[in-house]
Design a protein around this ligand. Sequence first.
Ligand code: NAP
Length: 327
Amino acid sequence: MRKRPFGTTRFMAAEIGLGCWQLGGNDWGSLDEKSAFEILAAALAAGVNFLDTADVYGDGRSETLIGRFLKSRAEEVFVATKLGRTAELYPDYYTEEAIRAATEASLARLGVEALDLTQLHCVPTEVLRRGEVFGWLRKLRDEGKIKHFGASVESMEEALLCLEQDGLTSLQIICNIFRQKPVSTLFAQARERGVALIVRLPLASGLLTGKWTTQSEFAESDHRHFNRDGQFFNVGETFAGLPFEQGVALADALKPSVPAGWTMSQMAQRWILDHDAVSVVIPGASRPEQARANAAVSDLPPLPGELHTRLREFYLAEVAPHIRGPY
Ligand SMILES: NC(=O)c1ccc[n+]([C@@H]2O[C@H](COP(=O)([O-])OP(=O)(O)OC[C@H]3O[C@@H](n4cnc5c(N)ncnc54)[C@H](OP(=O)(O)O)[C@@H]3O)[C@@H](O)[C@H]2O)c1
């Protein structure tokens, strides 16, 4: 597993991390505790040292399980959590007291004295623009409650707003073969400012595995069922903003481009790693073998330049017009 500097921190992040939304046990169907620990163990055994979670994933369950799991492990693991989407804060009840209370709750669930990284969790653009929330995070950092802060955003407009903030360590963005806008809009500026980029949804919620047909179905409690068209949260999130049937057709159209002997998931994650502005990719996994397969992408060679060109043209001509929501 190769490592990359995490922004201006001293931490070297394994370039493939683990997204831990799935460990919450809701929004993705159900996942029992034993399976959650097996996924975490598989990821760490494969060299993963960066976990992404949030206070809302399973109403704290994802953080609690990570905290319990790491207690028994010797490895140095960087845990990035998020705040800002609980009913106490969202959509616009952001106060210093509420941010502090959310931070204390994450500290208790993770069982640590300081959070490695806390990220604003897709808070409204207007809250980012007002900016006072960053002042409260700086204060918590100065008090030692958090070591670093960052923001997870939906759009490039939001990403660029956050880049203006002193002390911002990282930005979490959607970037994959179906969502290439950050490459031209954000990467150069983020690198210039030493801000780490965490890439979520590398597989567009699984579309970029190429494993589905338009007949595929998801459990009722899976966001790919109940938020398929953005009914419950941002329309740009589930399936990276693509209508499901369109996404399946686009993944099918990509199949001839997958290098011989590779899977589409490998091509999709390698495509992201081929951009050196990226610090860490955080694929989610619902099974240990997925976490292992994803971690192994770090050892694959870069994609040929000609394939990058073809994928860029494919995105511009075939995909971009179908993405819904601001991005
Ligand atoms: N607003 C935010 O800040 C935000 C929003 C979304 C996600 N995130 C973070 O980003 C992480 C990743 O995003 P995501 O999980 O939504 O999307 P993703 O990584 O694009 O897709 C994950 C899904 O892809 C499938 N998959 C993963 N690896 C596979 C493999 N090797 N082979 C076949 N299928 C594979 C699994 O689907 P099946 O379960 O169907 O097998 C898995 O649940 C999350 O866990 C979370 O930490 C943050």
